[in-house]
Design a protein around this ligand. Sequence first.
Ligand SMILES: Nc1ncnc2c1ncn2[C@@H]1O[C@H](COP(=O)(O)OP(=O)(O)OP(=O)(O)O)[C@@H](O)[C@H]1O
Ligand code: SF4
Ligand SMILES: [Mg+2]
Length: 322
Amino acid sequence: MTNARNLVELRRLDKRFESRKGLFGKVRAMMAVSGVDLDVPRGKVTGVVGESGCGKSTLARLVLRLLRPSGGEIRFDGTELGGLSAGDLRRLRRRMQMVFQDPYSAIDPRFSMADALLEPFTIQGIRLSTAEARGKVEDLLAMVGLGAQMAGSYPHQLSGGQRQRIGIARALALNPDFLVLDEPTASLDVSIQAQIVALLEKLQAELGLTYLFISHDLGLVRYFCDRIVVMYLGRIVEILPEPKASPRHPYTRTLLDSNFAPDPAQRRQIRRLTGEIASAFDLPPGCAFAARCPLADEKCRAERPELATDSAGHASACHHPL
Ligand SMILES: Nc1ncnc2c1ncn2[C@@H]1O[C@H](COP(=O)(O)OP(=O)(O)OP(=O)(O)O)[C@@H](O)[C@H]1O
Ligand code: SF4
Ligand SMILES: [Mg+2]
């Protein structure tokens, strides 16, 4: 049963990828997402943060069932997605949408903005009259701060920020409850990033949306999110129940320190000090962070720490929490 508080619940979610090294090489398997248990509360912004390759986009695609999990459950508003027929899943998808890092890749270059904004209706088999279609396009453009004259533009005529606004408008076309935002500002200039974040905040508040907001930038996530989930090599290593909670996991501490080091040279230094990232194909038996962790001891190298949650909802997976 889904808790009424949570719109989305993930239980023991796994995604295994196999790849072959060379044409006749051995097949190697890795867990891009491993044993992820996560609640996404309604009407809140849940942030997911971690370095490149830790499984953020894989998690995003699993949650929307754009990828099939290798194991575990995804419940959306009480419905387990694995048990749905293709038609039921398509209907439910109206309520959950994705905003991508690069909206250019998500929009057909031959589509005008009006075509791009109306495509979700076509996919869902929703017929609109010409007047309804025009009204929808104008409303959606206004919602994301673009003028009605944009309707006839093509992707190459737009700036990065304008394209991302269209990506957001398209995601909102069918009045979803839930948005998964996969690094929606990572490809934009810093000043434009701030505008897009402000727009996303406004839309979330006005429409009462639930967000799963993915980023490699802990500073941004701490500013924007109600709760923060930290991933390392496919696993959740810490959940901060509120954004300013002090990290207990040494990895989160490292992310925070590198974020706030004012000088880029010093930021590089922190990264260098923290050692080699373990290979996801060949994970050590103990804590995956041990090779980079200043607190690592024998126990850390031998025994994998489980994610343990305290009464305040702060979870961490570490034998020697800070
Ligand atoms: N289709 C696939 N087949 C094989 N391996 C994959 C596939 N998709 C992702 N991976 C691997 O799974 C791991 C997690 O990838 P993912 O894209 O989820 O990471 P990420 O956290 O989103 O990284 P980034 O910050 O670079 O976007 C990586 O090691 C990646 O190479
Ligand atoms: S379990 Fe040990 S190695 Fe892993 S983060 Fe904690 S202290 Fe560091
Ligand atoms: Mg990614």
